[in-house]
Write a protein that binds this ligand. Sequence first.
Ligand SMILES: C[S@@+](CC[C@H](N)C(=O)[O-])C[C@H]1O[C@@H](n2cnc3c(N)ncnc32)[C@H](O)[C@@H]1O
Length: 360
Amino acid sequence: MASVAVTLLGRDRAAFLPDVVWRSDGGEYARIDRHTDHAAWRDAADADCPLVTQWDDGADENSAGKPTCSLSLPTAVRRMLDACDIRPGQRVLEVGTGCGYTAALLKDRVGPEGSVTSVEVDPVLAAAARERLDAAGVAVDVVRGDGLKGWETSAPYDRVHVTCGIRRLPSAWLRQCPDGVLVLPWGSSHEGRDNRLVTLTVSDGVAVGPIGASLWFMEARSQRPVPWGEWPDTGAVTKAELPVSWREIDAAVTDADRFVLGLLLPGTRLWASGHTDDEDGRVAWLERAGEYASVGFGWSVPTTVAGDGRLAEDFARAVRWWHDHDRPPADGFGLRVTPDGEFACEEVWFGSPDAPVRLR
Ligand SMILES: C[S@@+](CC[C@H](N)C(=O)[O-])C[C@H]1O[C@@H](n2cnc3c(N)ncnc32)[C@H](O)[C@@H]1O
């Protein structure tokens, strides 16, 4: 019997499932082939779980490297559709067609008078989704392209529904949906695949909204995290005068929601090594737009800085801000997004859209 989450969505996932999928219930991925184990495949279709449908952009189906397409977790799909608040007759842009399942659900919601344009970057996935939607009798316009550019031809849209993780929001979506709602899995700079559901109400091309629940989504192709690589020579280590104690730095890198540190330090990556009881102390490693800094701290060592002083200071200011605001979690923050070149300007607010977070 199908799970409640899948049933509530109103369409059989099986109609959109490839013959081979990978299912993980927390551990290793199990490969499930419809032809050799139909019962397991059917069970996977009905379960409230994500199903991987492509690895490594389709390079080798047996490589089991990095999942690059999936049918998303039905509970998460439902949450995103609810947030999108779709009405009959609306024009919707979807980014990330994948198997076409959410495109069909969007079309169910806009009805015969509405339209859904779904953009998929991968040509093989786009063609397969088009076939499945046609077979299911669902009229969705599937186009092959980079969804970060939107799809100008069918604009303007009332809704933009994004099903790949976004680190930087493209201005094109605001221009193509100047008055409507944008729903997307959005991540701050620190986290790889950890996203949060961001629902933005767009008015006159300016988008405002809260940061919501955690969601796991694979990233947009061009916004995948880049490995740290070799740490460059950042020169002499100097004793630092920072507006935070070593204990406060330690608490922030240990206890703060990493997502929140990412919000406070846009475009910055942070990694902390060591443990509180290390005699040599710990190090917070920071990188922002090709600039590097490290901050050493601990109970038996002086606090030191190497590398880009401004980056180290911004890190200390973010730690200060977090303590001064009672160490908040990610709920309570939001975004105000304005068009600005290819990628929009994303301003983080806390408590209210009128209260932008300012560290300086
Ligand atoms: C989680 S899957 C989407 C699930 C899909 N909505 C479904 O119902 O099956 C993410 C999809 O986003 C696609 N994608 C990644 N980057 C993209 C981009 N820049 N433009 C369009 N699609 C993209 C991936 O190829 C993948 O198919």
